[in-house]
Design a protein around this ligand. Structure first.
Ligand SMILES: Nc1ncnc2c1ncn2[C@@H]1O[C@H](COP(=O)(O)OP(=O)(O)O)[C@@H](O)[C@H]1O
Ligand SMILES: [Mg+2]
Length: 246
């Protein structure tokens, strides 16, 4: 059996009396695009923050590349990277300067070549000398993705990568991410509450609701299991059920 790239077992996070992530287990294969879908407050960001070692799980284990995150933090984190609509980079630096800062922090070799490569990959070579604060939200998203890809991660974690974008730019980012996956073999775990995005991007979807996994599989499998017309109908059905319970 192939060792999963990422293996999460009985992961739980409590904030005081509140359980944000409630005993979830899943694995990710090399080269896979895995979508974490769920309504606001489902626990998506909390899960990603635990995978990045930013917050400590209440219980459960996280393994990447066959290693436990608790014991091999540095080895693991040097091989992953992260991007989100909500991260901020120094505003007064240019795009290129920002990428150099990241490269130095990670101790990358061949920085000039790597910077050129990600600028090309994300089709932002023309923004090289632009100051961050002058970028549009679509351009910013590309720059933060460039930042994440610069270190040649084996796993890319993306928290709502297209949340602040108009539909046209969001579509371009999705195409781009799939292209990056194809050319570099990177595995991507991303979150979204956009059903179309989930259907289009994900090889597999994990449906989170109130910290629990309520469905898992391809979009088609999940839709069939719930006997609905599409993923959006499943989402609405689950959301309404959970509202009745509370
Ligand atoms: N630091 C924190 N302290 C208390 N509650 C938190 C904290 N972070 C997140 N939560 C709560 O945990 C739940 C899950 O949040 P989050 O993971 O951000 O959801 P999502 O990303 O799916 O919208 C929410 O109810 C949120 O209010
Ligand atoms: Mg979130």
């Amino acid at each position: 059996m192939v060792t999963p790239l990422l293996q999460v077992t009985n992961l739980r996070k409590r904030f005081g009396a509140f359980t944000a992530v409630d005993d979830i287990s899943f694995a990710m294969k090399p080269g896979e695009i895995l979508g974490l879908l769920g309504p606001n407050g489902a626990g998506k960001t909390t899960t990603i923050h635990m995978l990045l070692g930013l917050i400590t799980p209440t219980s459960g284990t996280i393994r990447m590349f066959g290693l436990d995150l608790n014991e091999h933090r540095e080895t693991i984190l040097s091989q992953v990277n992260f991007s989100s609509t909500y991260i901020s980079m120094p505003q007064s630096l240019t795009v290129e300067e920002n990428l150099w800062v990241v490269a130095r922090l990670y101790g990358l070799a061949e920085v000039a070549r790597r910077v050129d490569l990600v600028l090309e990959q994300l089709e932002i070579a023309d923004l090289r000398h632009k100051v961050m604060r002058h970028l549009s939200s679509g351009q910013l998203t590309r720059v933060t993705l460039a930042k994440a890809l610069l270190t040649e991660p084996k796993i890319l974690f993306l928290d709502e990568p297209t949340a602040s974008l108009d539909p046209d730019i969001a579509q371009k980012i999705r195409v781009l991410l799939k292209e990056v996956r194809r050319s570099s073999g990177v595995s991507i775990l991303y979150t979204s509450h956009n059903m179309r995005e989930m259907e289009e991007m994900s090889d597999r979807i994990i449906f989170l609701q109130r910290g629990r996994i309520v469905a898992e599989g391809t979009a088609r499998e999940i839709v069939a299991r719930f006997g609905q017309a599409d993923l959006e109908e499943v989402f609405l059905k689950l959301a309404r059920e959970s509202r009745h319970e509370t």
